[in-house]
Design a protein around this ligand. Structure first.
Ligand SMILES: NC(=O)c1ccc[n+]([C@@H]2O[C@H](COP(=O)([O-])OP(=O)(O)OC[C@H]3O[C@@H](n4cnc5c(N)ncnc54)[C@H](O)[C@@H]3O)[C@@H](O)[C@H]2O)c1
Length: 349
């Protein structure tokens, strides 16, 4: 199968590109190469005859039509997005344009191409989204997000992703476009851009800097290893039922404070400080405005219908991740010089 992957130079998209090529699929990686992109993420597969790269912006409909015409994909996996909640608070415009208008352009370009091909039965448009569209959960551990949980997005980022999900469902209902959707919890792992929580904690710890925890650190997230997410995405693409959504989670709920303490413990073991523990660097900072209290995924549907479940525990995945950052300074060091990285963003709501 030849898959047009949007956002394949980003964190999750690049993991998907590497997995898809390892599984023998052709991949056309379409990416605008924004501040969040890094082509080194796909360097290991860039020489493969199965791989092609198109630099294009999903806000540019003509460029999308040209990419479909040139590469004739069997499926689309749409990940390109502005993805950082803190940046969405400071500058929501890019999120509206890329996540909403860009998804609209992708749907229209895919629909025109699909019609032009004679509406092939096997064509798929897989829209990749987030659990943040569901809003915030109470502390009660028995309450989790299912695919029927009403949407209640609370940040510009999650509202823009929710809007894009609605458009994708509408294109299925109205035009019959063969779509599947997935909504995933927080990812972590290799090639995670150094403005997100886990890389920030690892790299600040190594630099002897403060480890910033928003508010009191009680906000709970479910964490999924990115390689497991890539595997889940290929499963949803190939086995998911048309028009259906699948929640994807790691079954690993942690408060932000617990997560940072776990990372400090791993760093203490792998790269001990001359004295003391990395936990000594933990610092509580002003909370994010509208910070959702808890996200948790009920993964029953993907587990029962598609037979997928995560392969690594959060302890194993975090250990692999810390080791990867210790071994790959040449990857992350240059990215720290990009605009906004290392600065506190999203506090001036
Ligand atoms: N990171 C997470 O924990 C998480 C969880 C669930 C869902 N998601 C979703 O998964 C997708 C990928 O997330 P990520 O963390 O890998 O993001 P990322 O920010 O690491 O990568 C996004 C990629 O999209 C590209 N891009 C951005 N705007 C574009 C545009 N206008 N045209 C073309 N390309 C553009 C960027 O250049 C970058 O390569 C997003 O849709 C996100 O909403 C992320």
């Amino acid at each position: 199968m030849k898959i047009l992957v949007t956002g394949g130079a980003g964190f999750i998209g690049s993991a998907l590109v590497r997995h898809a090529i390892a599984a023998g699929h052709g991949v056309v990686n379409l990416d605008a190469l924004t501040y969040a992109a890094c082509l080194d993420n796909v360097a290991s597969v860039a020489g493969s005859p199965l791989y092609a790269f198109v630099q294009a912006d999903i806000r540019d409909r003509a460029a999308l039509d040209a990419a479909f015409a040139a590469h004739q994909p069997d499926a689309v996996m749409h990940l390109a997005a502005e993805s950082h909640v803190d940046r969405s608070i400071d500058g929501p415009g890019d999120f509206i344009e890329t996540n909403i208008t860009g998804t609209y352009n992708m749907l229209e370009a895919a629909r025109a191409y699909w019609i032009g091909q004679g509406k092939p039965q096997g064509f798929r448009f897989h829209h990749i989204s987030t659990d943040e569209v569901y809003g915030s959960l109470p502390a009660d551990p028995s309450v989790k997000f299912t695919e029927d949980t009403p949407y209640d997005p609370r940040s510009p980022y999650s509202a823009s992703k929710a809007s894009s999900d609605h458009l994708v469902r509408a294109w299925h209902e109205t035009y019959g476009l063969p779509v599947v959707l997935s909504n995933c919890s927080n990812n972590y792992g290799p090639y995670h851009f150094p403005e997100k929580l886990i890389p920030v904690i690892i790299l600040n710890a190594l630099a002897g800097k403060a480890l910033p925890i928003y508010g009191d650190g009680s906000n709970v997230r479910d964490w999924l290893y990115v390689e497991d997410h890539a595997e889940a995405l290929l499963t949803v693409l190939q086995k998911g039922r048309l028009g259906r959504s699948y929640n994807i989670g790691g079954e690993n709920e942690r408060s932000n404070l617990e997560l940072v303490q776990t990372l400090c413990g791993i760093l203490d073991a792998l790269r001990p400080k001359p004295a003391g523990s990395y936990t000594d660097q933990i610092t509580f900072v002003t909370d994010r405005p509208g910070h959702d209290a808890r996200y948790a995924i009920d993964p029953s549907r993907i587990r029962q219908e598609l037979g997928w479940r995560p392969s690594v525990t959060v302890e194993e995945g975090l250990t692999r991740t810390v080791q990867w950052y210790l071994d790959n300074e040449a990857w992350w060091r240059p990215l720290q010089a990009r605009a906004g990285v290392g600065e506190r963003l999203g506090v001036k709501a």
